[in-house]
Design a protein around this ligand. Structure first.
Ligand SMILES: [Zn+2]
Length: 206
């Protein structure tokens, strides 16, 4: 998408210059869904719904057009610290790309620096940007780990994500309360079982 200006697609919708999300197209689509389920999108309670959904989607999908790599390039050189850094319980909300229903939970992120560290808020923001896309939990987990390796040139990265998926709890098999746990290990966390074990034992500590 064009930077610094609005883009126009073939349908005549306008993508927001900053988020890249075409809210007018979302509004039209939501009105069409309401008609398709047999509702009247013009009735009082629904009249503003397409606009509200467009606002929500703009926020929830703001990561589609955001490159998270600059978050990590503002890291600072720190030759002395070569020990494990762990940021636990980072809350996130994402959207399952199979059903466009939310999944949410916490991410635990660890890495071992190789001369460069980054502010803790940047790690939380990295998770947020990657979560605000149509996602699957496994890919979100891998992407956080891969970004840390690439952006910080870390010696290793480990990510555990623990989440609840609305598509599992409100439909189909209906398993309320069930959680999905995924993990990704890179570099020394993959090569060295004791490093991985240290990470896991630090996660268990409250
Ligand atoms: Zn799903």
């Amino acid at each position: 998408m064009a930077r610094g200006g609005e883009t126009r697609d073939g349908g005549g919708g306008e993508a927001h210059a900053r988020t890249g999300v075409d809210k007018k197209a979302i509004q039209d689509a939501v009105a069409a869904i309401l008609r398709a389920i047999g509702e009247d999108p013009k009735r009082e309670g629904l009249a503003d719904t397409p606009r509200r959904v467009a606002d929500v989607y703009e926020e929830l999908f703001s990561g589609v057009h955001t490159d998270p790599m600059p978050l990590l390039t503002v890291g600072f050189d720190e030759e002395q610290h070569k020990e494990m850094v762990i940021v636990k319980d980072i809350p996130f909300n994402s959207m399952c790309e199979h059903h466009l229903l939310p999944f949410h939970g916490v991410a635990h992120v660890g890495y071992i620096p190789n001369g460069r560290i980054v502010g803790i808020s940047k790690i939380a923001r990295l998770v947020e940007v990657l979560a605000r896309r149509p996602q699957v939990q496994e890919r979100l987990t891998s992407q956080v780990a891969d970004m840390l390796m690439e952006g910080l040139r870390a010696r290793g990265a480990a990510v555990v994500i623990d989440a609840t998926h609305l598509c599992m709890t409100i439909r189909g098999v209906k398993k309320p309360g069930s959680r999905v746990v995924t993990s990704a290990n890179r570099g020394i966390f993959r090569e060295n079982p004791s490093t991985r074990a240290e990470f896991m034992s630090l996660l268990r500590r409250s």
